[in-house]
Design a protein around this ligand. Structure first.
Ligand SMILES: Nc1ncnc2c1ncn2[C@@H]1O[C@H](COP(=O)(O)OP(=O)(O)OP(=O)(O)O)[C@@H](O)[C@H]1O
Length: 265
């Protein structure tokens, strides 16, 4: 459960972001408490993935600022964009945050265990034996200790995604970002990945931001829901408030569509 009175672990203050002439985010602000489980929901194209990519410094911002554990993620204005101050700072901030993508992005020519140990060895200088020990613990947690020597092509989509989660955890981040981690999976494989997220939720004190179209899971998993539309937070609240008693018309219309499509909320 989130610590409501603690200083925010993430503070997003008035950020804007355009792709060409298209403004994806326009003065967006929100805070995340340590240990909070936050679900970002909303129509396709509303900017949810862009927010995660910005937190991961995979995209710059045009204005505003973002504090992670009180430190600026972007602080160097360059050609009208805000960028991380320097490589060392970037490296330090990146180890605080891990991300799992929709399409796994495993290195296809490397075994499962090599995928998991690569970043700690390369970016943190961890000794191979220590990195492998930690990787085996993580693979055990995601139920794949027996696949350590397998190549990604030998795994199902659900297994690949669980390796991707273990890989993101290998740098021991304090914050994990999950971007539609089940939407590329066959329905029967979704549950195994959601079960891993549950374990992380119950057994670790990480802060977790989840972009998802799995409304039933968001309802059960999140402490708080942010409903986005066109780069803005239209409504936010506890899962029961948003899913059972949405106040805004746009939230109501979105949920109605989801329910009409046969999904559980
Ligand atoms: N690199 C890019 N270049 C140009 N436009 C982009 C880029 N990345 C995202 N966009 C556009 O920004 C908008 C927001 O995209 P984003 O992926 O953040 O939305 P989303 O809410 O995550 O959608 P979805 O639920 O479909 O993943 C979309 O209109 C998208 O086409």
């Amino acid at each position: 459960m989130a610590s409501a009175n603690a200083a925010p672990i993430i503070e997003i203050n008035g950020i804007s972001k355009s792709f060409g002439s298209f403004k994806v985010l326009d003065g967006l602000s929100f805070k995340v408490a340590p240990r909070e489980k936050l679900a970002l929901i909303g129509p396709s194209g509303s900017g949810k993935t862009t927010i995660l990519r910005i937190l991961m410094t995979l995209e710059g911002i045009d204005s505003g600022d973002i504090l992670v554990e009180g430190e600026n993620l972007y602080s160097m204005p360059k050609n009208g964009r805000m960028l991380p101050a320097d490589e060392r700072h970037l490296h330090k901030m990146r180890t605080k945050i891990g991300m799992v993508f929709q399409l796994f992005n495993l290195f296809p020519h490397m075994s499962v265990i090599d995928n998991v140990t690569l970043a700690p060895i390369l970016t943190k200088g961890v000794k191979r034996a220590d990195a492998e020990r930690h990787a085996m613990e993580l693979l055990d947690m995601v139920g794949l200790a027996d696949k350590a020597k397998a190549m990604p092509a030998q795994l199902s989509g659900g297994q690949k995604q669980r390796v991707a989660i273990a890989r993101a955890l290998a740098l021991s981040p304090r914050i994990m970002l999950f971007d539609e981690v089940t939407s590329a999976l066959d329905p029967e494989l979704v549950e195994e990945v959601l079960n891993v997220l549950w374990r992380l939720c119950e057994e670790t004190d990480m802060t977790m931001l989840l972009v998802t179209h799995e409304m039933g899971f968001a309802h059960d998993f999140a402490d708080r829901i942010l409903f986005f539309d066109r780069g803005k937070i239209v409504e936010e609240g506890k899962p029961d408030e948003i899913f059972r008693h949405p106040k805004q018309e746009r939230t109501q219309a979105f949920l109605k569509k989801i329910i009409a499509a046969g999904h559980r909320v």
